[in-house]
Design a protein around this ligand. Structure first.
Ligand SMILES: NC(=O)OP(=O)(O)O
Length: 371
């Protein structure tokens, strides 16, 4: 019942947000120009650059999915998609999204191209720069992306590296923006491995006013340099950042519970040890029982039951399938931002709640508590 009230409340707030800020038009995007930019890490993007990507993504979702419009913004453009590793979501999201916007995607695995076999990264980067408009690459080592980016004259997008997974976090931010109507003030609890997705959260959340609590087993903490950078960001933007070992402590009063695989691609040999080390980190309804009343669950997928049980994973709290779909709209939004000078048609998104909205929420919560 409490959750239903929250859903109703959020719908009212989202509706009000939709009519709140109507500064539509080129002026709103003019100060930010992302054309020609590479997207290797959210570390390189400030809040005023992240927000337009989310806005354009929401706009494309609205125009194409809800209004059924044809929006061929990428007509005549091609993307080279280099995948050193498997993918379901990123591949499908990029291929179908790029095509939907009128562009041409080319999927390239190490079996299809000379890169890494008999052609250098430098030469491949220069050749692709003449044949495509953008490269998206999923690589083992982040340095491969940096190398590609130095030698390519077209934008390079990180489709996942050992250090960051920024396009995943764009999908997650857009999912939370859709669900909560704003991001500022939320607390996200990361429970699990200190991996590339967490690193991308650490490089972006503070800039958007989101607090972060991280619970990892000993030995699985995030990268030390990323941690240092995140601590500086949290200080700069006045958000809370905590590193813990206790999953329940991380979940306490948090709005968003997030986990990911305990065994990433390339770590299969460590599986037995990892399953043992992560014992007690599974997200269940008991974890949720100490979270904020309107808590939700995210997982970038693919998911294993040891990380989150079925009860949470398939519950209304779980936003995972919207999150997977939003991978497509946010990749499309990103591509449009870096390849065109498009201006969204929907009202600018609102990333911060008004005081009166907070007041309504508090009143609803307190009346529920008195029932
Ligand atoms: N979340 C994610 O990146 O999924 P894929 O590995 O299927 O692309």
């Amino acid at each position: 019942f409490t959750y239903l009230l929250h859903l109703t409340h959020n719908s009212v707030i989202n509706l009000s947000c939709a009519f709140y800020d109507y500064r539509v038009g080129k002026a709103a995007l003019d100060s930010v120009n992302l054309e020609g930019r590479s997207f290797l890490t959210l570390k390189d993007f400030n809040a005023e650059e992240i927000k337009p990507i989310l806005w354009v993504s929401a706009d494309l979702k609205h125009r194409i999915k809800h209004r059924g419009e044809y929006v061929p913004l990428l007509q005549g453009k091609s993307i080279a998609m280099i995948f050193e590793k498997r993918s379901t979501r990123t591949r499908m999201a990029t291929e179908t999204g790029f095509s939907l916007l009128g562009g041409h995607p080319c999927f390239l695995t190490p079996q299809d191209i000379h890169l890494g076999v008999n052609e250098s990264t430098t030469d491949t980067a220069r050749v692709l720069s003449g044949l495509a408009d953008v490269v998206l690459a999923r690589v083992y080592s982040h340095s491969s992306l940096e190398h590609l980016d130095i030698d390519a004259s077209i934008p390079v997008i990180n489709g996942l590296s050992d250090l960051y997974h920024p396009i995943q976090v764009l999908a997650d931010l857009s999912t939370l923006q859709e669900h909560y109507g704003s991001l500022k003030g939320l607390t996200l609890a990361w429970i699990g491995d200190g991996n590339n997705v967490l690193h991308s959260f650490m490089m972006s959340l503070a800039k958007l006013g989101v607090n972060l609590k991280v619970a990892t087993p000993k030995g699985y903490e995030p990268d030390a340099n990323v941690t240092q950078e995140a601590q500086l960001l949290s200080k700069q933007f006045g958000t809370k950042l905590q590193f813990l070992m206790d999953p329940m402590e991380a979940a306490r009063h948090s709005s968003v519970l997030v986990t990911d695989t305990w065994v990433s691609m390339g770590q299969e040999e460590e599986k037995k040890k990892r399953l043992k080390d992560f014992h007690g980190y599974q997200i269940t309804m008991q974890t949720g029982s100490v979270a904020a009343p309107d808590w939700t669950f995210l997982h970038c997928l693919p998911r294993k039951a040891e990380e989150v049980d079925d009860e949470v994973f398939y519950s209304p709290r779980s936003l995972v399938f919207t999150e997977a779909e939003n991978h497509k709209w946010t990749i499309m939004g990103l591509m449009v931002c870096i390849l065109t000078d498009y201006t969204p048609q929907i009202p600018k998104l609102k990333f911060k709640k008004n005081m009166w909205e907070k007041d309504i929420k508090n009143r609803i919560l307190s009346s529920v508590c008195h029932l």
